[in-house]
Design a protein around this ligand. Structure first.
Ligand code: ASP
Length: 596
């Protein structure tokens, strides 16, 4: 076992450079590096070590002929040992230059080496391109976080947070904290509850968002608020969901939608620049209705072409779709001719979602001469592209039946688009297409409870011209809400809020809260609205998703240092875990057997 240095050893020794910093220009300098042994090649008389820290790696050379005892010490180094090295920067000979690392033109000829700590053999390879079982990575997260791609992701996240702060401060926003131990907030998920010890039987809820508090801050006159804030929602976890996640949350007094967009667009331009990408505002905008009619989804991925309603091009009795429901032409570029099997797959996929899919343009041409030409004109589909028609022949379904059809078509479009991406290559992850989607419906129908629920949250203002529909036609009442979407991912949502108590009460009643319920849950907000509430509005962006996309990852777990598994477990600390009897007693809690 190699000799370790005393605990107080670091006394005088100072790191002069990070492992990723050295270049040809440093040649001849005496440097001290500290880091982890990443790779080790032992060629007998010469040992090469790649020493790694968060900035990168540098090659260290130990030559037996120069210093036998130092070389002997280097022989004992193993993966992930922590060392300090002092030596001279030397240029590598042309044939030894390593173009794969930024420091590849130089190496350090070691003169002294200190072993700061040993390491168990890491539970998995440290190389970034080796696929490692995710449970192992999460169990040994502290080792996993040391792997170069995780270090890049975590550093990118930090830079993005800083840029967000800089930009919002420069736009006159104040960073203000809001409580974590609070009362239920209505973002539509389950709350996490925290029992109160000194008020047994009472619970705080962790905030699903700071929504009500940020509105109260506007009522209190703070004008422009932001916070990079943790939110807590007890809902099923997926690649883009965690119980606790981070929002860039903001709120402004006296804005129209336009001011919110003008706040967010430069912010996103700058954040993308930090990640090395150029995006240009203004971002395109479309209404929710347009998004549905063109993409069948409220978060369109603009990298694939839209689809088109084409029922008007066919004779009224064509029978391809039910009367009153759309017939949709879906166009995916450059797929080439598909085999029978491939076409059947698409038809089956559509059928499972209620669609009747027509995949044979020749047959359509035979049955409806001249029409396919017009469909091609409208969609822009060429001979080498996939062109599908989809209609709905069953009973209409849902509160907005045409949307049910569009949604199914939207799924088919994405399915086909993703399936043939290797042919058209349009889904380039670095082609960042931001989009604003506006004027969402105020309400969504909740089948389980048979009632309308707020599509965004119940503090969202209806559009002035739809105020009456709050009671007469809730299905068609539109809200002053907006989403910012990036490549098919909802990055953030916001709205202009209700600032009048009478309207707020009407909306509560539209979503089925009695006056008493509304008062019990949100009485403080209803009261606050009567004390000079200014018009206000805001938005919240998911920081995890934003960093995920800019880091080129497909799960937010890759950009959250300590995430939980899909079952909500922290594999490292093994949370959640039982509370002990004394804790439960103090909290006045008696456990019931879980109901099966
Ligand atoms: N609180 C909302 C959310 O979490 C965002 C907003 O309306 O500002 O989605």
């Amino acid at each position: 076992m190699a000799q370790q240095v005393p605990l107080d050893f670091l006394g005088d020794l100072r790191r002069t450079h990070s492992c990723g910093a050295l270049r040809a220009a440093n040649e001849g300098q005496r440097v001290v590096l500290m880091g982890w042994v990443y790779r080790r090649r032992d060629l007998g008389g010469v040992i090469f070590i790649h020493l790694r820290d968060r900035e990168g790696v540098t090659q260290i050379v130990f030559r037996a002929e120069c210093d036998g005892s130092l070389h002997g010490k280097a022989e004992m180094l193993r993966s992930e040992y922590v060392i300090a090295v002092e030596g001279l920067v030397e240029a590598r000979t042309a044939e030894n230059i390593n173009p794969n690392i930024p420091t590849g033109e130089v190496e350090i000829v070691a003169e002294k080496m200190w072993l700061l700590n040993t390491s168990e053999t890491p539970p998995f390879p440290m190389e970034e391109h080796v696929d490692v079982n995710e449970d192992m990575r999460l169990k040994y997260r502290y080792v996993d976080l040391r792997r170069p791609h995780m270090q890049r992701n975590v550093m990118l996240r930090s830079k993005i947070s800083l840029e967000v702060r800089n930009e919002l401060y420069s736009q006159g926003f104040l960073e203000i904290e809001t409580p974590f131990m609070t009362k239920s907030t209505p973002e539509g998920a389950r709350d996490f509850l925290v029992p109160s010890r000194i008020q047994p039987g009472n619970f705080y809820a962790l905030p699903q968002s700071p929504q009500i508090f940020k509105q109260l801050l506007m009522i209190s006159g703070y004008d422009k608020y932001f916070q990079i804030v943790r939110c807590f929602r007890d809902e099923d976890l997926r690649a883009d969901r965690q119980y606790e996640f981070t929002q860039i949350d903001l709120e402004m007094s006296f804005p129209q939608e336009e001011q919110i967009f003008q706040t967010i667009e430069p912010l996103l331009e700058k954040v993308c620049a930090v990640a090395g990408y150029t995006v240009k505002a203004p971002f395109p905008r479309m209404t929710y209705a347009e998004a549905m009619q063109g993409y069948g989804i409220d978060k369109p991925d603009l990298r694939l072409p839209r689809f088109w309603p084409v029922e008007d091009l066919f004779p009224a009795d064509a029978g391809l779709t039910r009367e009153g429901l759309p017939l949709v032409a879906i166009h995916i570029p450059s797929t080439g001719a598909l085999s029978r099997k491939e076409r059947d797959e698409l038809k089956d996929y559509g059928r499972e979602r209620g669609l009747t899919v027509y995949d044979d343009p020749k047959r359509l041409e035979r049955d409806f001469p001249g029409v396919v030409e017009k469909v091609r004109e409208r969609t822009g589909a060429g001979e080498n592209d996939l062109l599908l028609l989809a209609g709905w022949r069953d009973e209409p379904k849902g509160q907005r039946p045409e949307e049910t059809v569009y949604q199914a078509c939207g799924q088919l479009r994405l399915y086909a688009g993703q399936k043939y991406n290797d042919r058209h290559k349009l889904l380039d992850p670095t082609d960042f297409r931001f989009l604003w989607v506006l004027d969402f419906p105020m309400f969504e129908w909740n089948d389980e409870d048979s009632r309308w629920v707020a599509a965004h949250h119940p503090f969202t203002s209806p559009k002035d011209e739809d105020l009456e529909k709050l009671t007469t036609d809730p299905a068609r009442c539109r809200a002053r809400s907006y989403d910012i979407v990036l490549n098919g991912v909802e990055l953030g949502s916001g709205s202009i809020r209700i600032h009048r108590q009478d309207i707020q009460s009407q909306v509560f009643s539209a979503v089925g809260f009695s006056l008493e319920e509304a008062r019990a849950k949100f009485g403080y907000l209803l009261d606050a609205l009567t004390y000079g509430a200014p018009p206000h509005g805001g938005i919240a962006l998911g920081l995890d998703r934003l960093v995920m996309i800019l880091a080129g990852e497909s799960s937010i777990r890759e950009v959250i240092p300590f995430p939980k598994t899909a079952k909500g477990t922290d594999l490292m600390s093994e949370a959640p875990s039982p509370a002990n009897e004394r804790q439960l007693r103090e909290l006045g809690i008696q456990l019931r057997r879980p109901q099966s």
